[in-house]
Design a protein around this ligand. Structure first.
Ligand SMILES: Cc1cc2nc3c(=O)[nH]c(=O)nc-3n(C[C@H](O)[C@H](O)[C@H](O)COP(=O)(O)O)c2cc1C
Length: 388
């Protein structure tokens, strides 16, 4: 018997899947210029490492459960070309995992760009660096100009998910099967595939998938622990979430968790919050960039309600890449978060225009109210405050 070198970690005991907090919180899009805001305004993400590390440490210290990046290889075009400067997410996640203690940090992988044998080992490496806190957000790709930089031609929408299905089946086998496996699939032919060490997380690292088209739901139902869903309004969220969860239960017998997305503008008064929201997202918004992305996404993605009024669509893109806008006082924002939770969301991934301000308000104003409402435990990581 070879010696056991690694201490296994049960992924269901980690922040994203355990029962410490009924409502999980994640931080979204801190790895690229602009974050999730398509407006070049003071205080937004510049994508410099010290700044990103500061956000991540602050989030970790106040008990945020996950950090999820955007996988981006070029900007969105338009006037400001936001998103042009972004960190590659496996190496980025590994750096942040080394700088934090409790939070789960995800990489977002473009299936058509990374071979599953390579991805399996990168994930295992990040998982070991962090004592078993790595997560993988699997995306099938939509931005053809990015893929073209790698000599890859984008496939038809549903075919992308068929590749993702085979890719994820392979990575799961590599993570869990000792010795060699022979893969002879439709898209991958890998004789004697092998990957050691295995990740620490058992049975394998936490998997998220972003995309809620019918094909995206099918993929999530089969492979994901969490579906990072494209929910844009309160009105339709409950129905959408119920459908996604029911589908996973009925087709694959799996309990799928749902993370919604919220773009949060919190101020001391509702008037101030609304004024700031309007200023950033209506006056300074990069409408040319938003029109560019919306045009591409309309042709390539089925997760957003494209029948929405064009102006609303562009504004939704500028304000959080179609996350649910939550604008107001801490009390109002908590009300909205509780509504989304009651609609069935297990977690909410948050974006802010200014993450320093957002995280401070989350810590001082929003989380205490969520704790009072009984949906968050006071689960802070014991760390010296000076580190934030
Ligand atoms: C919440 C969310 C986050 C996403 N993050 C990324 C990302 O980081 N990079 C990317 O290329 N696509 C991202 N996507 C796009 C999807 O992965 C998917 O490829 C696209 O939406 C088209 O598939 P669909 O029709 O299933 O949505 C994201 C989508 C959603 C809803």
């Amino acid at each position: 018997m070879p010696p056991v070198l690694d201490e296994p970690v049960d992924k269901y005991q980690l922040p994203v899947l355990n029962s410490d907090n009924a409502l999980k919180l994640a931080l979204f899009a801190i790895n690229l210029r602009g974050g999730a805001t398509l407006a070049d305004v003071e205080g937004n993400v510049q994508a410099r490492w010290p700044e990103i590390e500061r956000y991540a440490r602050h989030a970790d210290r106040i008990g945020v459960d996950a950090i999820v990046p955007v996988a981006r290889w070029r900007g969105y075009g338009g006037d400001a070309d936001l998103g042009d400067r972004s960190f590659e997410t496996f190496t980025w996640a590994t750096g942040l995992l080394a700088a934090t203690q409790r939070v789960q940090v995800f990489a977002t992988v473009h299936v058509p760009l990374v071979h599953p044998v390579f991805a399996a080992k990168m994930a295992a490496t990040a998982d070991h660096v962090s004592g078993g806190r790595f997560g993988l957000n699997v995306v099938a790709g939509w931005y053809a100009k990015e893929l073209a930089m790698f000599g890859v031609t984008q496939r038809e929408h549903d075919d992308r998910y068929e590749v993702a299905d085979e890719w994820t089946t392979i990575i799961r086998r590599l993570w869990t099967t000792p010795g060699e496996i022979d893969v002879h699939g439709r898209f991958f032919d890998i004789p004697a595939a092998f990957s050691e060490p295995k990740p620490l997380q058992q049975p394998y690292p936490t998997i998220m998938s972003a995309g809620t088209s019918p094909a995206g739901r099918d993929f999530a139902a089969k492979h994901a622990d969490v579906n990072f869903a494209g929910l844009t309004t309160f009105d339709t969220a409950a129905q959408q979430i119920a459908d996604i969860k029911r589908f996973a239960r009925e087709t694959h017998g799996r309990e799928l968790r749902i993370f919604a997305r919220a773009h949060v503008v919190c101020r001391d008064t509702e008037r101030e919050a609304k004024r700031y929201y309007d200023l950033v997202h209506r006056q300074y918004g990069d409408y040319a960039g938003a029109a560019n992305v919306t045009g591409i996404a309309k042709a390539e993605s089925q997760s957003t309600d494209w029948t929405m009024d064009q102006k609303k669509l562009l504004e939704g893109m500028i304000a959080g890449l179609w996350g649910i806008p939550m604008v107001g006082t801490a009390e109002q924002i908590v009300d909205q978060m509780l509504q989304v939770h009651q609609a069935g969301a297990d977690g909410i991934a948050l974006s802010f225009v200014d993450y320093d301000d957002g995280l401070t308000r989350l810590e001082q104003q929003i989380q205490p109210l969520l704790e009072q409402a009984g949906v968050r435990a006071a689960g802070r990581t014991p760390q010296p405050a000076a580190q934030s």
